[in-house]
Design a protein around this ligand. Structure first.
Ligand code: C2E
Ligand code: MG
Ligand code: MG
Ligand code: MG
Length: 289
């Protein structure tokens, strides 16, 4: 009967929701322990300039090394951290750890990029937290870059603009991450202060395979030019993608082709072993990495 199927539907949804809620609770409890017992780790992924083919810096990417479940990726636990408010403590740890790491590098010209999610960003607090991390670690503000996403820009615009402006006034750069995947209109680009736009991996991965994607990427790069903003392509995996990005005038690249997230020591060893110190991994004389 209708009543019966209605009830069984209800039961089905309920148990699904219970399973989700239970899973979230489990992750939440785990995150509290992770903070207490130091189970988080930052990995670093290199970012190269296509203009001079040199390494310019690294993006920091968090991992949770769970004692029994192994390494848990951020896509699994960052949303729970955001819902529960634990993102605040995790974010503080990330910011300090990233700055500390960059201070320890032999090459003090390299930059460090740090992800700050929308739920973590607070108009009142983020500027203070950035200032505190810089003060405590002694990192030159010009070496720090904060990556935010479009989702931040649809809310409370005036306060957000003001905070981003304050952060930039300290000398820290602002990058717009995952560009092209959000819901915002292009109009915010002129209202919000940015130094860099990162083209989302979903576009980069279809480059050369679909004319529509090629047109979008070319447009974003053109937009960056007119706004005087640097463009980074993320998720670069093939030399063909680099050729197209280079031809379109893209400024910077990041992706598995250049290195997966890892320790900076491992990246440096890899570069030294191959004798490479540049973004051009595929010219006539060199084998592809
Ligand atoms: P994101 O900031 O857009 O980072 C890029 C993601 O793409 C990373 O995934 C990176 O490992 C992956 N990636 C890079 N190059 C390639 C490639 O060539 N191919 C493929 N298939 N993937 C590539 P990851 O490390 O799993 O991070 C996922 C997302 O989690 C990040 O996206 C960022 O939004 C968030 N996240 C990571 N670390 C932090 C953090 O410390 N704080 C906050 N709030 N969010 C973080
Ligand atoms: Mg990022
Ligand atoms: Mg991204
Ligand atoms: Mg992302």
């Amino acid at each position: 009967s209708a009543k019966r199927s209605g009830r069984s539907t209800f039961v089905w949804y309920t148990s699904e929701m219970d399973a989700d809620a239970q899973k979230r609770k489990e992750i939440e409890a785990g995150l509290v322990k992770a903070l207490r017992f130091g189970q988080f780790e930052l990995l670093f992924q290199p970012q190269y300039s296509l203009t001079d083919n040199q390494l310019k810096g690294y993006e920091s990417l968090i991992r949770w090394n769970h004692p029994t479940k192994g390494t848990i990726p951020p896509d699994v636990f960052i949303p729970v951290a955001e819902e529960t408010g634990l993102i605040e403590q995790i974010g503080d740890w990330v910011l300090n750890r990233a700055c500390q790491e960059a201070v320890s590098w032999p090459d003090q010209t390299l930059r460090i990029a740090v992800n700050v999610s929308g739920a973590q960003f607070s108009a009142g607090e983020t500027q203070k937290k950035v200032a505190k991390a810089l003060r405590e670690t002694g990192l030159d503000p010009r070496r720090l870059e904060i990556e935010i996403t479009e989702s931040l820009l649809i809310s409370d615009t005036d306060a957000v603009v003001e905070t981003l402006q304050q952060i930039r006034e300290m000398g820290v750069a602002i990058a717009m991450d995952d560009f092209g995947t959000g819901y915002s209109s292009l109009s915010y680009l002129s209202r919000f202060p940015f130094d860099k736009i990162k083209i989302d991996r979903s576009f980069v991965q279809n480059l050369g395979e679909d004319a529509g994607t090629d047109a979008i990427v070319t447009s974003i790069i053109g937009l960056g030019r007119s706004l005087d903003v640097l463009i980074t392509a993320e998720g670069v995996e093939t030399p063909e993608q680099v050729t197209l990005l280079r031809a379109a005038g893209c400024d910077m690249v990041q992706g598995y082709l250049y290195g997966r997230p890892g320790s900076v020591e491992a990246h440096e060893e890899h570069r030294a072993r191959l004798g490479y110190n540049r973004a051009e991994f595929w010219d006539e004389n060199d084998d592809l990495v």
